[in-house]
Ligand binder design. Structure first.
Ligand code: AMP
Ligand code: MG
Length: 526
């Protein structure tokens, strides 16, 4: 397979001089060279046509033995020199020191059609950063990453992409619930694709060692390639860089909130410097709208990374990044200003996003209250976020107020309620009250019903990768049936389209999935 390799990361940044693949602490380096481990019996399960094509890999090549070998660790891309990246991070609020790519190996940066992409295998074996772990990934978490990163992209959420999903033929020992019940699972490798896999932690590692020289080299590199709008090599430029990273991060979180995505492990080593969703682990999708929900059992006690906290956590992570960049700026005030602005900008953008979900284009002084009341109502009884907002766009604005309305409104959104019989008494009253206000508010809009619906349907997805859907794909794959992966991949390419033949996926979470491991409970074990 001939791809045009143009490595900037390893040619412009300092590397670890040691090539031996032994676990160690690495100083003065952004990466260590390391080759993927060969796998026993690789089998390609799925390739994302679109990603392959923007990398310049044609259909025939995708099906070739060469492709299979390269993306499962059994052959190197011609002219490549693979490496693992060195970074540190704050995990669950605490400084964790050096982490690094413990099981991710960057193959190369590939240039095609005027763009450059880093290709990275996840689960490709031990690296100098594997610490006490095995460098591998299992099929279930690899299916989840492959499907979700593509689903997020098509939803319009900034994310890393996934080129391929393959079985390795090797067995991997995992204790899914960390309760002493280890079992062998099928090993797998995903090839992720992004302009860069740099994380906040990539910068934190240098400042933690007071290594300002390497910090500067890395920041200058990042600005040159990914933030050319910031001035090169000046304090002013570093401040502009931090501001741009903050805004990209903020925009990413707004999109997460819009579609109901909960990342689950927002540690600073899992925060992309490009504002991309990265490291799909114990993530989940809101089904019942619950701001306190997190899918990650590792975080069950404190719920640090719950849905409603994602913006604050992103801000906390940005503060850590600001600390890391401080030695280059030596002035706290401009960084503080940016962090303070984040809160106001976020509030404004969140409001805009929620208004778009409700089909409100004009401004009204009561909009904030209308949205706050809706969020309260959505928690009165378990209410499916995706179905509620999607069905809301069917509401005719000319509906007569107030009595008939309530019945028709409830008819419209009733599929979103998990326990329909809870819609009585006070709960029913609150809903009727809100609906009356919403309808009255809609009267002020100039758009027709059809126009409003068309717009709302571009921000309220019909299909997301519900937690149980990924699990259905995983269960089938465990039995050797990979058709569900194909089906979901195709479905989620058009999450805003009706796709009538796919209605079976536009349903609430089935009861069996409420407490099932993998659907409502996920751990970091992957
Ligand atoms: P995560 O929170 O999953 O992003 O992982 C935190 C750190 O642990 C990162 O440095 C990962 O590279 C590393 N890590 C996670 N799983 C493994 C594994 N199976 N083998 C080696 N390193 C791992
Ligand atoms: Mg990670």
């Amino acid at each position: 397979m001939e791809l045009k390799i143009n490595d900037t990361f390893t040619t412009e940044l300092p590397g670890d001089p040691i090539r031996a693949n032994t676990v160690r602490l690495v100083d003065n380096a952004c990466y260590s060279f390391v080759e993927p481990t060969k796998t026993a019996a690789p089998k390609l399960l799925h390739c994302t046509e679109e990603v392959a094509s923007f990398l310049g890999i044609d259909k025939e090549t995708q099906q070739s033995d060469d492709f299979l070998k390269v993306f499962t660790g059994n052959a190197l891309l011609q002219g490549s020199d693979p490496y693992a990246m060195c970074y540190a991070g704050h995990q669950f609020g605490h400084w964790a020191g050096q982490l690094g790519d413990g099981r991710a190996i960057n193959l190369a940066e590939v240039e095609h059609a005027g763009k450059r992409w880093a290709l990275q295998l996840k689960g490709a074996g031990l690296t100098p950063y594997s610490r006490t772990a095995d460098g591998l990934a299992v099929l279930r978490s690899s299916i989840r990453e492959h499907l979700c990163s593509e689903a997020m992209f098509h939803l319009g959420v900034p994310t890393t992409r996934s080129l391929s999903l393959a079985l390795t033929g090797d067995e991997v020992l995992r204790d899914v619930l960390y309760n002493g019940n280890s079992a062998y699972e099928k090993g797998a490798i995903v090839c992720r694709v992004a302009p860069s896999f740099l994380r906040f932690g990539s910068f934190e590692i240098f400042s933690s060692k007071r290594d300002t020289e390497n910090l500067k080299t890395l920041v200058d590199y990042t600005i040159k390639h990914f933030y050319p709008e910031a001035a090169q090599g000046t304090k002013e430029g570093y401040i502009q860089f931090f501001k741009a990273v903050s805004m990209r991060t903020l925009d990413m979180v707004i999109q997460w909130q819009r579609v109901g995505f909960v990342h689950g492990v927002m540690n600073t080593d899992n925060m992309s410097i490009l504002g991309l969703t990265i490291d799909y682990g114990p993530y989940g999708w809101l089904e019942g709208y619950d701001k306190k929900w997190t899918p990650n059992t590792t975080d069950a006690q404190h719920k640090r990374y719950q849905y409603g906290q994602q913006s604050n956590i992103a801000l906390w992570n940005l503060l850590k990044l600001a600390n890391a960049l401080y030695p280059l700026i030596e002035e706290a005030a401009p960084l503080e200003t940016i962090l303070n602005e984040y809160k106001t900008v976020y509030a404004g953008k969140y409001m805009g996003m929620m208004k778009a979900k409700l089909g409100l284009e004009l401004d009204d002084e009561n909009d904030q209250e209308l949205i706050a009341e809706l969020e309260k109502n959505l928690r009165l009884t378990e209410t499916d976020m995706t179905i509620f907002f999607r069905n809301l766009s069917n509401l005719p604005k000319a509906m007569v107020l107030p009595e008939k309305v309530s019945t028709s409104f409830l008819e419209m959104v009733k599929d979103a309620f998990y326990q329909e019989d809870e819609l009585k008494g006070e709960t029913l009253w609150f809903w009727k009250d809100w609906m009356g206000k919403y309808l009255a508010r809609l009267q002020k809009e100039t758009a027709t019903d059809a126009e409003r619906k068309a717009k709302m349907d571009t921000v309220n997805p019909k299909y997301v990768l519900r937690n149980y859907m990924a699990q259905v794909a995983i269960d089938a794959a465990d039995e050797g049936n990979y058709t569900v992966i194909e089906e979901l991949h195709a479905l989620l390419k058009k999450p805003y389209d009706e796709q009538m033949e796919m209605e079976k996926w536009f349903v609430k979470r089935p009861e069996w999935a409420r407490t099932k491991v993998g659907c409502s409970m996920l751990s970091c074990s992957s």
